[in-house]
Design a protein around this ligand. Structure first.
Ligand code: G3P
Ligand code: CA
Length: 231
């Protein structure tokens, strides 16, 4: 299995997160994967957006689910002095889904599982996607929709009590918060048959520690730095 350098919400240290410009920049920086977050609008359109509320990156009140897709298109995601608009999952898949990349698609809203998987299926994404969530209930519902997709459990707490639940759901990847990743942890989970992919890589030192620990991938806001380290 090749190590996956996931551009986290795109190259989000440099471009407005979860926008097409950020994803394109991530690939220019050598990422071989893209991570993004799925939410559903008031009128049922799946869009890519991280936060529970719109305020931090758009300056608008409320949440994705409070607006129609057309209304959301009037808002700008403005970060790092640059702006772009909120993309749909479908336009993301149309632009990038055919590329030789790995995709980490995070379910942010409960009960978007079936629609998200249907959209992934439309673009034949099964072989190159890991469906992820911090919420085991989302992964459980997603698994009820499909037996085929890889799934990753995002967690900041490696709790042995959740392992049987992960097994029952049929999760193949553990996604620990990066500071939890050690060579021993990676060895332990590899021994159990899981791949290990970190998140929350806040700086280059942690990035290097995760890579050196033998993990299978990480989401990183600065994929250029990881590309350079992997060279
Ligand atoms: O890699 C997964 C990571 O995106 C989880 O954290 O808060 O950025 O969705 P968050
Ligand atoms: Ca995410």
């Amino acid at each position: 299995m090749n190590f996956v350098n996931y551009a986290h919400r795109g190259a989000s240290s440099y471009a407005p997160e979860n926008t097409m410009s950020s994803f394109h920049l991530g690939l220019e920086m050598g990422a071989n994967g893209i991570e993004t977050d799925v939410q559903r609008t008031k009128d049922g359109v799946l869009v890519l957006f991280h936060d529970d509320t719109l305020m931090r990156v758009t300056g608008q009140p409320g949440s994705v689910k409070d607006y129609t897709y057309d209304q959301l298109q009037t808002f700008s995601v403005t970060v790092h002095g640059q702006s772009d608009r909120i993309p749909t999952l479908e336009e993301f898949l149309r632009a990038f889904g055919h590329l030789d990349l790995t995709f980490a698609i995070e379910l942010k809203q409960p009960f978007t599982e079936a629609d998200t998987i249907a959209m992934l299926e439309k673009y034949d994404m099964r072989e190159k996607t890991v469906i992820t969530s911090f919420k085991l209930e989302c992964l459980m519902r997603a698994r009820a929709c499909t037996g085929n997709y890889r799934m990753g459990y995002l967690t900041d707490d490696i709790n042995p009590l959740t392992l049987p639940v992960m097994e029952t759901i049929g999760i193949q990847e553990i996604c620990p918060e990066a500071s939890l990743v050690t060579p021993a942890l990676v060895e332990e989970f590899h021994g159990k048959g899981y791949s290990v992919r970190a998140w929350g890589v806040r700086d280059e030192a942690l990035m290097k520690a995760v890579y050196d620990a033998g993990a299978d991938g990480m989401t990183v806001n600065f994929p250029d730095k990881l590309t350079a380290y992997m060279a």
